[in-house]
Design a protein around this ligand. Structure first.
Ligand code: GLP
Length: 243
């Protein structure tokens, strides 16, 4: 495990973007595992800037996202498809038909999940998976208690996740109660993992994830078992680790 300490969110974003761009430069037809939430927005902005300067080329890149709310489609501005289009895909030369996100509009859970596992297999696996960290230690939408061996599945979101994510919705009642997410198994099969964490509210979860017992009760703790894990976290997120 490599831990890069960043001064703040902006510095974390730049360091993370550097690692993602190195992947794209070293392997132009790479498969990026991408994430949503506020953590990766700054890194995406940096990638867009470098693309506009001519330093990055996404034309052969494929992407697979971690998760999507069940019931939300691309037209809903709270959907993760909408998020990815507006925060990254619309601004770079990625082929949109090579960007994959679980199909939130497919209400047949088994079908949606099988299709997504199939997508991940067909693109040949993930070269680097970008992850944020939930306040309760979740990754993707793998909430505490989800078995490590699961692949893409439908989850009931916990109250703490609904609470944390309601800021993106008009009201808490509008937050979908379920989501499709890659499972821990899909995530752990990525060749490299890049975990980005910012802010005091994540400090406890980050400490437990990296140095606590490996347990499904804190899903991110499984990352300790990955052979190529890079963590980029800011001083506040690392405040309980760096004494
Ligand atoms: C959501 C996403 C996760 C993300 C987490 C943290 O629940 N499904 O992938 O890591 O939120 O979000 P944020 O980066 O906004 O703190």
């Amino acid at each position: 495990m490599i831990i890069y300490k960043a001064k703040n969110y902006q510095d974390m974003s730049r360091k993370a973007a550097n690692i993602l761009s190195a992947q794209i430069i070293m392997k132009p037809d790479c498969v990026l595992g991408l994430a949503t939430g506020s953590s990766p927005v700054g890194a995406y902005q940096q990638l867009i800037e470098w693309y506009k300067k001519g330093d990055l080329d996404f034309c052969r890149v494929t992407s697979v996202n971690l998760d999507e709310y069940k019931g939300l489609g691309p037209d809903s501005d709270q959907s993760y498809r909408y998020f990815m289009n507006s925060n990254l895909f619309d601004h770079v030369n990625i082929d949109i038909s090579h960007t994959f996100i679980p199909n939130g509009l497919e209400l047949d859970t088994k079908k949606a999940c099988c299709e997504y596992n199939e997508v991940i297999a067909q693109v040949g696996g993930i070269d680097i998976q970008l992850l944020g960290l939930g306040n309760n230690g979740h990754i993707g939408f793998n909430e505490p208690g989800v078995a490590f061996e699961r692949e893409t599945h439908c989850v009931d979101l916990t109250e703490s996740t609904i609470e944390a994510n309601k800021r993106f919705f008009a009201s808490e009642a509008d937050v979908p109660r379920q989501a499709y997410t890659m499972g821990i198994k899909n995530i752990m099969q990525a060749k490299k993992i890049l975990l980005i964490v910012s802010g005091k509210s994540k400090a406890q979860a980050l400490k437990e994830a990296l140095y606590g017992p490996i347990t499904p009760l804190l899903p991110a703790s499984v990352l300790q078992l990955h052979s190529d894990l890079t963590v980029v976290a800011d001083e506040e997120a690392l405040s309980l680790i760096d004494k």
